[in-house]
Ligand binder design. Sequence first.
Ligand code: NAP
Length: 273
Amino acid sequence: MSKLLEGQVALITGGSRGIGYAVAEAYLREGAKVVICGRDQARLKEAAARLSPLGEIQAILCDISDLDQVEAMVAQAIARFGRIDILINNAGISMTYGRVGDIDPRRWAYVIAVNLIGTFNCCHAVIPHMLRQGKGKIFNLKGYGADFPSPRVTAYGATKAAIVAFTRSLAREYRGTGVTANIFSPGMVKTDLILNGEATAEGRPHREKIGWFIDMMANPVEMPAALAVKMASSENDGVTGKEFQIMTKRKFLFRLMKYGLKRLAGRSARSSR
Ligand SMILES: NC(=O)c1ccc[n+]([C@@H]2O[C@H](COP(=O)([O-])OP(=O)(O)OC[C@H]3O[C@@H](n4cnc5c(N)ncnc54)[C@H](OP(=O)(O)O)[C@@H]3O)[C@@H](O)[C@H]2O)c1
């Protein structure tokens, strides 16, 4: 059977762990050549070593909030593979969990610099190559806070709402050029981003309280990775300005109902003992 991404070159920012790593693995299995990046050299090396038996992988040290580093990364990827067909703007952080009055403003600003400006930097550096090729697919990661209020993770929520607006505008800007831009909404996955972030003294007890919500909503990382393969495959050639999502409103309501019923059943079993 032919592979879904045979011969494609994909740049997946932040592919050293979490969702990005799972997408890199799935892409390699489907025949793509993959470039990953991250800020931690040791973690990158380890990821590349684990992925390399699956296909051609290039791991580049790069903080996407810095345009010079992004341009150098894109130049290295082009030097090795000659093209970039797919850009997954996956790298993202949530940083300190806490209220606006308690958070270190520099840490707040760095979330904007990575999630929003970093996404812009990668698009800015990659689009000229995609235009030269006459085709390219860009996917930007949406997340918690884009559709609902995100108390105590305000920077993260603000960037994810902005990513939606940015991607829709990008799709319009490049319509008709062969370059498409879509939103990738991976649903909740238990990664470092949601499990191991910092919290202010005020934010800590609140974060502990949302453990049940994470348990209820989380999916195995293979789910968004499979969707990432499908959305970049030829099945979606020409699709632009769309959102590819794991957790639709219907699925969310169904999950909530199932969780409510399970809790009710547990309560009535306890009271009948
Ligand atoms: N997990 C979820 O439930 C969830 C839900 C919705 C959306 N998302 C989105 O999915 C994406 C991936 O999240 P994840 O949960 O997989 O996070 P994760 O496990 O914390 O992984 C984040 C990845 O991004 C890299 N990264 C972070 N900052 C970077 C920077 N400035 N420059 C380059 N690489 C950077 C990290 O490597 P280094 O630390 O070594 O740089 C790591 O490889 C994010 O955009 C997130 O908003 C996640």
